[in-house]
Ligand binder design. Structure first.
Ligand code: MN
Length: 429
């Protein structure tokens, strides 16, 4: 298998920090063992954690005002896979990528699969795109796709999704994520009831093409690009539709796709209870769908979400959840942002593993809010960096991925081969 980052570079860099890491690891090992926490089991869970990278995330994003491309940007899906492989070689938990069709232009899916295989990279859920077109056709998504009042447009949108499934089959994917931009910008523009009926009708046709071992993820969003109303606006609508479609349909929670102050961890709990939670698009935000780096604004929320997931998992209530990042990196090197985001997501997952859920339930039943809060806060405040660092060391990944990445001068080297992108697409969903 081809390595995007040479193993000896990583091992030489790791030698610089292994002594400090061992010291920090011994301290946390003793501390957690005293709390009757099985550290070896936590290390095992870290090794099994998987998080998909979005192909669109390795290109510089933009806002509707401007896009400032960085040097050495990937220009096609092959170069995007190469960048994702760099991240995976360093952090070791991002073995899959989530492509976006037709943003990712592919002429030969077999060739793409072989290329990704050569880096040890697989394919997670395929994201279909029916929220834009080049405007050259009369049959346009301008006024919606799967819910459009015109049958010909709906048929075109259905076909985009079926094509995505067929591409995914060749790539070894097991899922399709459907997010539509459909909705209205003005009161009265669309009929709420008819458009939802049309969504379900269209999705039922797509569902028929879904292989038995696949999941179709329904992604909701309350606003944008339709600013007055969206058809799949919230988790309730998403849940109702997933129920109508059947067992293979699940809800996807994008952290940025909620109205301000929504208790996302409670939404997660509800969907778990109803066996309809399918996966996540991780990002962070301050005001709305900001698509900032995961954990950069509110890491505690991330922890509380994992708290629900881990406690459900212990009770055997959790099945295959697809973890994906969905962010737009407008001013940073996307590789660095994705490394740090993968870290934040993993940190907060590991912290959730430190919570004693039996003890939490005991104090919940005793109506002791202070003890309950303390149990969660103590886990959240624990620095789990040495646990993750030790797993990475043992797996030949980088103890400190950012500093190793910076020694590579990767983008500078790539800028000599890759042409500067002049594109103006915002690339943000
Ligand atoms: Mn998303």
């Amino acid at each position: 298998m081809f390595k995007a980052v040479q193993s000896d570079i990583i091992s030489n860099e790791n030698k610089k920090s292994i002594e400090n890491l061992k010291y920090d690891f011994d301290y946390i090992y003793t501390k957690l063992t005293k709390q009757n926490i099985d550290v070896e089991n936590i290390k095992h869970q870290i090794k099994n954690f998987q998080l998909a990278l979005p192909t669109w995330g390795v290109g510089t994003g933009g806002t509707r005002f401007a896009r400032f491309p960085g040097i050495g940007e990937p220009q096609n899906i092959f170069e995007k896979i190469e960048d994702c492989a760099v991240i995976n070689d360093l952090v070791g938990i991002t073995q899959k990528v989530s492509p976006h069709f037709p943003w990712d232009k592919v002429s030969d899916y077999k060739e793409l699969k072989e290329f990704a295989d050569s880096f040890g990279i697989g394919f997670d859920a395929i994201n279909s795109n029916t929220f834009q077109d080049d405007g050259s056709s009369e049959i346009s998504f301008k006024y919606g796709s799967l819910t459009n009042s015109q049958l010909s447009v709906r048929e075109k949108a259905i076909q985009v999704n079926i094509d995505s499934i067929n591409a995914g089959k060749i790539l070894g994917s097991k899922g399709l994520t459907v997010w539509i931009g459909d909705g209205g910008n003005f009161p009265g523009q669309i009929n709420f009831s008819n458009s939802l009926d049309r969504y379900i009708e269209s999705m039922k046709i797509i569902y028929l093409s879904l292989p038995d071992d696949w999941v179709i993820y329904l992604e909701h969003k309350p606003y944008e690009p339709a600013f007055y109303s969206t058809v799949i606006s919230d988790w309730g609508t998403s849940y109702v539709c997933a129920n109508e479609l059947g067992q293979k349909a699940k809800c996807l929670v994008d952290l940025g796709h909620h109205l301000p102050n929504t208790n996302i961890e409670m939404v997660v709990s509800r969907l778990i209870d109803k066996n309809k939670l399918g996966g996540f698009h991780f990002n962070d935000s301050k005001f709305g769908d900001d698509d900032l780096d995961s954990g950069s604004i509110n890491p505690y929320e991330l922890f509380l979400i994992f708290n629900e997931l881990t406690s459900a998992s212990i009770k055997g209530k959790l099945n295959n959840i697809a973890y994906m990042i969905d962010q737009s990196h407008n001013i940073t090197d996307p590789i660095e942002s994705l490394i740090l985001s993968a870290n934040e997501i993993l940190f907060n997952y590991v912290k959730s593993l430190l919570v004693n859920y039996e003890e939490l339930e005991y104090y919940q039943n005793k109506n002791d809010p202070i003890k309950c809060m303390q149990i969660l806060k103590n886990a959240f405040k624990t620095d789990v960096t040495p646990l993750i660092g030790m797993v990475r060391y043992e797996q030949s990944n980088a103890i400190d991925p950012i500093s190793v990445y910076r020694t590579l001068n990767y983008k500078l080297n790539k800028s000599k081969i890759r042409k500067l992108s002049q594109g103006n697409s915002s690339g943000i969903v």
